[in-house]
Design a binder for this molecule. Structure first.
Ligand SMILES: Cc1cc2nc3c(=O)[nH]c(=O)nc-3n(C[C@H](O)[C@H](O)[C@H](O)COP(=O)(O)OP(=O)(O)OC[C@H]3O[C@@H](n4cnc5c(N)ncnc54)[C@H](O)[C@@H]3O)c2cc1C
Length: 442
């Protein structure tokens, strides 16, 4: 099945409606082209707030507006729900599968690939079953069921050891995502849940954050790393550094660190450690002979184009550049805008070599718990309440849609400032059953 609304204008296919893809498409909103934005989900996901869905602060819809809505004003952009399975860079056709398993062929004149990244389990893909990570709305919902289900099962447990196993949470990876979810696990245990359970004291929950690196938040300044570790420890988190996961099953995780090898009995393990490029990077690498790095990221040219494939660009988490930019939203967004403008110029007949992509680093920030954060921006290193306000402002402004911004703000004020209540803690038997069944199978 071929799907092309031919108007005679150049056709641009954008794969991925994430941070990079949406920016690239929007930059072409006024260009004389027909843009097809294809994604395997129907929404644009604001991944930095996934951990808040996983811990019941936000509802999924607030951080995942429908892609159709996001580009509704750009009349030359259409969105399609389909999963790209192959790219023929010589025939200039994208092959995708529709939800009804039909093949969809999308011919293009220009192609922007922004497929993002997936989890990497350092050669142990079997760990994914025991330590899920967060990349999609489904992941966050599943994690929410696991976390809250663990408390429900602990409340029901009659055996002390079993109760302890349900009340032990291990987060692997102390980068921003690991720190943020750990902070919220501690908030839940210490402030949100204690008065609600009758058989267990949720404050006794053991929350462990481990990383093979010697500090938390590796990319941040040492002062901010030390502050973050101190705050987490004050919240009752056990921070274990220089400690790597060596094995895991549904019952426990085995770690190796300064204390030697140890098996920690924990029913809930969360993966926040490694990422690898979307499989689309390997498809393009094979088709064009482009090199990839250890994480499978494509080594694109300085203008984000792919050597050996005319009119093809790749951006965001699935690429690496000579200056080894970090896999963050800002890089993907700026590359998206840059590539979109470049295509618009080419369509207008400007074929001069563009200036290489240049990243403007606006800084990094991470929350530690409610009201605590660290921010390293524009040369300033800020901690505590001020950093937290800065973090809130930046994240609210980058959400798409005023309704989502106001809804998020309302939930933050309610969950984190005043009532410390979480309005989105819905789970059912299914989530809790899964954890119990896995334990029984073990
Ligand atoms: C939990 C978490 C927290 C994060 N926190 C921060 C943070 O605080 N600050 C920050 O700057 N960055 C953060 N990041 C990183 C940031 O989200 C990424 O750098 C950014 O999303 C990369 O944008 P992208 O466009 O490359 O990919 P994505 O935004 O991941 O978009 C990729 C899109 O491609 C689609 N797709 C993939 N494969 C296919 C296919 N075969 N067919 C069709 N569609 C496909 C996906 O559905 C998705 O919509 C975080 C990431 C995660 C997972």
């Amino acid at each position: 099945m071929s799907n092309s609304d031919r108007t005679g204008r150049p056709r641009v296919v954008v794969i991925g409606g994430g941070f990079g893809g949406v920016r690239a498409a929007k930059a072409l909103g006024h260009a004389d082209v027909d843009v097809t934005l294809v994604d395997r989900t129907n929404h644009h996901l604001f991944q930095p707030l996934l951990y808040q869905v996983a811990t019941g602060i936000l509802s999924p819809g607030l951080i995942a507006p429908a892609l159709r809505r996001v580009v509704k004003k750009e009349r030359n952009i259409r969105t399609l729900l389909a999963e790209v399975v192959d790219i023929d860079v010589h025939g200039k056709v994208v092959h995708a599968a529709t939800p009804s398993a039909d093949q969809l062929d999308l011919p293009y004149d220009y192609l922007v690939v922004a497929g993002g990244a997936t989890h990497a389990y350092f050669g142990h893909p079997e760990w994914a079953e025991h330590a899920p990570g967060m990349k999609s709305i489904e992941d966050a919902r599943m994690l929410r069921s696991q976390i809250l289900g663990a408390y429900e099962l602990a409340e029901l447990a009659t055996d002390e050891k079993e109760r302890e196993a349900y009340l032990t949470f291990v987060v692997v990876g102390a980068g921003p995502t690991g720190v943020e979810i750990t902070g919220q696990l501690a908030e839940l245990a210490q402030y949100v849940l204690p008065k609600e359970y009758r058989s267990i004291d949720t404050r006794q929950a053991k929350i462990i954050l481990l990383d093979a690196a010697p500090s938390v938040l590796p990319p941040f300044a040492p002062k901010l790393q030390r502050y973050t570790q101190r705050q987490l420890e004050k919240m009752g988190v056990e921070v274990r550094l220089n400690t790597a996961a060596t094995d895991m099953d549904s019952e426990a995780i085995t770690v190796k660190g300064p204390r030697g090898e140890e098996r920690i009995i924990a029913r809930t393990k969360i993966w926040a450690a490694g990422v690898q490029a979307s499989p689309l990077a390997a498809v393009l690498a094979k088709a064009t002979g482009t090199e990839t790095d250890r994480a499978g990221r494509l080594a694109v040219d300085p203008d984000c184009s792919l050597p050996g494939a005319e009119g093809v660009y790749a951006i965001g988490d699935m690429v690496t550049t000579v200056d080894r930019l970090p896999g963050v939203a800002q890089v993907a967004m700026q590359q998206g805008t840059y590539v979109g403008k470049q295509i618009a110029n080419r369509v207008k007949g400007d074929h001069t070599t563009p200036a290489p992509f240049k990243y403007f680093d606006k800084g990094s920030m991470a929350t530690i718990g409610a009201r605590q954060a660290v921010a390293d921006a524009m040369g300033f290193k800020v901690t505590g309440w001020v950093a937290y306000l800065l973090w809130c402002y930046v994240h609210i402004m980058f959400l798409i849609g005023w309704g989502n911004r106001l809804g998020t703000l309302y939930n933050w004020v309610r969950s984190l400032r005043y009532a410390r209540n979480r309005g989105h803690r819905l789970i059912s038997m299914t989530g809790a059953q899964e954890i119990a069944e896995r334990h029984e199978a073990a």
